[in-house]
Write a protein that binds this ligand. Structure first.
Ligand code: ARG
Length: 457
């Protein structure tokens, strides 16, 4: 394809250099945003009298037809073009002749690409917010059914204190809520319209930047032309937000993988969301969860790519910045793929309540409650802690648990123990006693679910 900038050059660019330089293979996905941006630009040029109104109209119509032709498959993208921006402009000129050549008045590809990525990523951010809401909704649904499902909470991967499955799942809902908050925040800084920055030093034409921002639904315009073309903070911020979200997903996946193991058997994945082994007939593997855990690595890699690519770049545009796209597009694609696969996997899994309850019955997870029982009877906490520790040691020696240790043994350690200790250390009592805001009691978790659901409408 002939270069639109060919004037200054005496030779065709080397074919390998052309391939090396070209970004159309990965930036063609922005065709729609590029066209919409150009439509707004041409409209403004016409309104300002910078080009003839009739020519502006012809450009707008021509661009709309190109959009339609790409979407219906009538127009094929030329993969030897330098980038999507050049391809569309050249196509317009092919169709409109000299009128098409007027589109690029008062514009540079530098502000054009800055605009296109912002527009594209604003839409993608909205989509990620939507699917994350959908995920949270599923977590609330699953949790609603398990506010009484006792399980052990863990610290150091050791059984620690009794909670419910709902409480555990809702912890992830809180993480994803914060992710949504970060996505909104990231979008705020994406929402400035850079067109009018030109190549770096704006333009001498009497353009109306606010009008272009209005036509494209941007909240504001960028305030410095050098920054307008060379800022990629919004890519880095989005990538970082996605990396955090993926980190949350990977923690969740790690637990799913553990819970599916025969060692835990707290859940069973639906057959549609697990895979078999080529040699071991008994296997049902949590491949999806493992893949999400693995893909978190490459999303973190994308963030490092972007930061390293931007580090030390002088103002303003440098071609290095073309490398932003593959990294941020990969982050966006990966997170969407992961959320959209993870959500139905969670929705369809079976929770093996009895196994959770049985695991919770071992491990002395009510020991803190046993100590608290003595504290409520007046003993200082440290003494109560020591007495309970002695009881746990006795239980281990005898191969019993606190619930089945005879009352005489309790009394031998501390006289303050009465028969009501058994009620105090009952796991359901222990959970529902933790009725503070943010606690695991059924009432607290129900309130939490309600609050979370209210935040995602
Ligand atoms: N394909 C380029 C990119 O993605 C467009 C901007 C090119 N500008 C330039 N002066 N070469 O960054």
């Amino acid at each position: 394809m002939a270069k639109l900038w060919a004037g200054r050059f005496r030779k065709e660019v080397d074919e390998k250099v052309n391939d090396f330089n070209s970004s159309i293979k990965f930036d063609s996905r922005m065709y729609k945003h590029d066209i919409l941006g150009s439509i707004a630009h041409a409209t403004m040029l016409g309104e300002q009298g910078i080009i003839d109104k009739s020519e502006a109209d012809a450009i707008v119509e021509g661009l709309n037809t190109i959009l339609e032709d790409i979407e219906t498959g009538k127009l094929e993208l030329d993969m030897s073009a330098e980038d999507i921006h050049m391809f569309i402009e050249a196509e317009l000129t092919k169709r409109l002749g000299d009128t098409g050549k007027r589109l690029h008045t008062a514009r540079s590809r530098n502000d054009q690409v800055a605009l296109d990525i912002r527009m594209y990523l604003k839409d993608e951010t909205d989509e990620i917010i939507e699917i994350t809401k959908n995920l949270i909704n599923t977590l609330c649904e699953v949790s609603s059914e398990h506010t009484d499902t006792i399980m052990s909470g863990y610290t150091h991967m050791q059984r620690a204190q009794p909670i419910t499955f709902a409480h555990h799942i809702m912890a992830y809902a809180q993480m994803f809520l914060r992710d949504i908050d970060r996505l909104h925040d990231t979008k705020k800084r994406m929402d400035s319209m850079p067109l009018g920055s030109g190549a770096l030093a704006s333009t001498t034409y009497p353009i109306n930047r606010a009008r272009v921002a209005e036509l494209l639904s941007f909240a504001d315009v960028t305030k410095n032309s050098l920054d307008g073309v060379s800022d990629r903070d919004f890519c880095i911020e989005l990538s970082s937000t996605i990396a955090i979200l993926m980190m949350h997903l990977s923690r969740f996946c790690e637990e799913i993988i553990l819970w599916c193991s025969w060692e835990f058997k707290f859940i069973e994945l639906d057959d549609a969301y697990a895979t078999g082994s080529s040699i071991m007939p008994q296997k049902k593997n949590p491949d999806i969860a493992e893949l999400i855990r693995g893909k978190t690595g490459r999303v973190i890699g994308d963030l490092v790519t972007l930061l390293t690519m931007m580090k030390s770049l002088p103002l303003a545009y440098n071609k290095d910045m073309q490398e932003d796209k593959e990294a941020i597009f990969d982050s966006v694609d990966t997170v969407k793929l992961c959320i959209n696969t993870f959500t139905p996997m969670i929705k369809t899994m079976t929770v093996l309540k009895d196994n959770m309850r049985n695991a919770a019955a071992k491990g002395f997870i009510n020991a803190t409650d046993c100590a608290d029982y003595l504290v409520k009877k007046g003993l200082p906490f440290r003494d109560a802690y020591k007495a309970t520790g002695e009881l746990v040691a006795i239980c281990i020696d005898k191969g019993v648990v606190l619930e089945t240790l005879p009352i005489e043994e309790y009394k031998a350690v501390c006289e303050m123990f009465q028969d009501d200790v058994y009620e105090a250390i009952n796991l359901t009592t222990c959970v529902n006693g933790r009725n503070v805001v943010g606690g695991p009691s059924a009432d607290s978790v129900k309130a939490q679910i309600k609050e979370v659901l209210a935040q995602i409408i």
